[in-house]
Design a protein around this ligand. Structure first.
Ligand SMILES: Cc1cc2nc3c(=O)[nH]c(=O)nc-3n(C[C@H](O)[C@H](O)[C@H](O)COP(=O)(O)OP(=O)(O)OC[C@H]3O[C@@H](n4cnc5c(N)ncnc54)[C@H](O)[C@@H]3O)c2cc1C
Length: 392
């Protein structure tokens, strides 16, 4: 036991990944100090889909019920052609999916899952939560890690976990692979009250309207009280940016000519927010000594498989397991964690790009997609995604 073992583990970033990691580590008896740059712990954005795989991870840290409490269970995922309105495919997500994957498929408001993690951390006497603490730099002396905060203050920990997202500063220093790749895809997101959704357009399912170089998704949120809308299109107009106020003129130009159901729904939103979607090439090593990465900092991915937050939560559970197995050798624990995670997260990063191409297909490619999906049975559709939903 070294002197550093009395220090907390430092977590840079209090998003979904940082809070999940802190809580999972606290359950193994580690004191954790979360340093978040923002003035408050908060999630901006709208809904997220939670595949059955994340519930396996949530069950492990006792937060499954807390997340289920506010979530919504769509009965199916329906993909429609945005030009013809034709149903391309429908995958049941209710009981039949549960029987297959042994966990539910749910959708939830980002603030609700983040809130469940935050409350768990607040109720733990091993987790300290600090805001307005931007981690600017760190040094690992082999015994402990010292971080330098924006204020100039320093903080010491027995290790550091970079959960600082897509534009991670910690990654810059331990991987050094430059800025993320700008995909050229833009997402506009908005949330409606249920009462503001025209009755004939409200659906309890998750609906994906696949159009040429666009797609539009909608589903209920928060026990059905809200309705989530996500519109994605290709654009080379934006080179950088994250979560900015949007200009809907471009949005409507990109969706011109699509089904009235799509356009009527898009018109309901008064304030859209815009995301410039980025990712990175998968890597094998994202730990160095007493410092490791987790979530988007380690393996940022496009959202087409709806798995970034799910992967961050799985990471957290795996990291805590490995740390508990080698309490006195965290560098070895971090190496074991990345070894267990990199192929799974790399596969999601790569397959998310493929799904993006698939959703946005045009012309012959769209016809082939429709033919392929229409020819699949439900069990074949489940088999196709079992590598993801059946694992952790
Ligand atoms: C349009 C869209 C749809 C998506 N849909 C889904 C979905 O359906 N299902 C799903 O699972 N995932 C989805 N995702 C992905 C998911 O949102 C992310 O993968 C997930 O939020 C990543 O969490 P994180 O904690 O790793 O990073 P972040 O959420 O980015 O959190 C990083 C935190 O670190 C803080 N921070 C940054 N730098 C510093 C610093 N230097 N010091 C201290 N703090 C710092 C930030 O303020 C922030 O709080 C979607 C993403 C997008 C863009």
């Amino acid at each position: 036991m070294t002197k550093a073992n009395g220090l907390p583990i430092l977590v840079a970033g209090g998003g979904i990944g940082g809070l999940a990691a802190a809580y999972a580590l606290s359950l193994k008896g580690f004191p954790v100090r979360i340093l978040e740059q923002a003035p408050e712990f908060r999630e901006v954005g709208a809904g997220i889909q939670l595949g059955p795989n994340v519930f396996r991870a949530l069950e492990r840290i006792g937060l499954k019920d807390a997340v289920l409490a506010d979530a919504w269970q769509p009965t199916g995922l329906e993909m429609r052609d945005a030009l013809t309105g034709e149903v391309i495919t429908r995958m049941p997500l209710g009981e039949r999916a549960f029987e297959r994957f042994k966990q539910p498929y749910m959708v939830t408001h980002r603030a609700d899952i983040h809130g469940a993690f935050l409350e768990a951390c607040q109720n733990s006497n091993l987790v300290t939560l600090e805001t307005e603490q931007r981690v600017d730099d760190f040094a690992d002396d082999g015994e402990k890690v010292t971080v330098t905060l924006q204020s100039g203050e320093r903080a010491e920990g027995r290790a550091l976990i970079g959960c600082d997202g897509m534009w991670s500063r910690i990654r810059e220093k331990i991987v050094g692979d430059g800025p993320p790749r700008i995909s050229g895809h833009i997402a506009y997101r908005g949330v409606l009250e249920r009462a503001d959704v025209p009755a004939d357009l409200w659906r309890q399912d998750m609906i994906i309207w696949a159009g040429p170089r666009t797609h539009f998704v909608h589903y209920p949120l928060r026990r059905g009280e809200l309705y989530n809308l996500v519109a994605v299109f290709h654009s080379d107009k934006y080179v950088e940016g994250w979560n900015a106020e949007a200009d809907p003129k471009e949005l409507f130009a990109r969706f011109k000519g699509q089904r009235p159901e799509v356009l009527r729904m898009l018109e309901r939103i008064e304030t859209w927010r815009m995301w410039v979607l980025c990712d990175r090439e998968p890597i094998k090593e994202w730990s160095k000594g007493r410092v490791t990465l987790l979530g988007d900092a380690a393996h940022p991915m496009l959202q087409y498989l709806a798995q970034g937050a799910c992967m961050a939560t799985e990471d957290a559970v795996c990291l805590a397991d490995k740390a508990a197995e080698q309490t006195d050798d965290l560098p070895a624990a971090f190496a074991a964690y990345q070894q267990q995670r990199y192929l799974r997260t790399g596969r999601v990063q790569i397959m998310a790009r493929v799904y993006g191409e698939f959703y946005h297909a045009r012309g012959v490619a769209a016809e082939l997609r429709n033919q392929f999906l229409q020819s699949r049975s439900v069990d074949e559709a489940y088999d196709g995604i079992a590598w993801l939903y059946g694992g952790m």
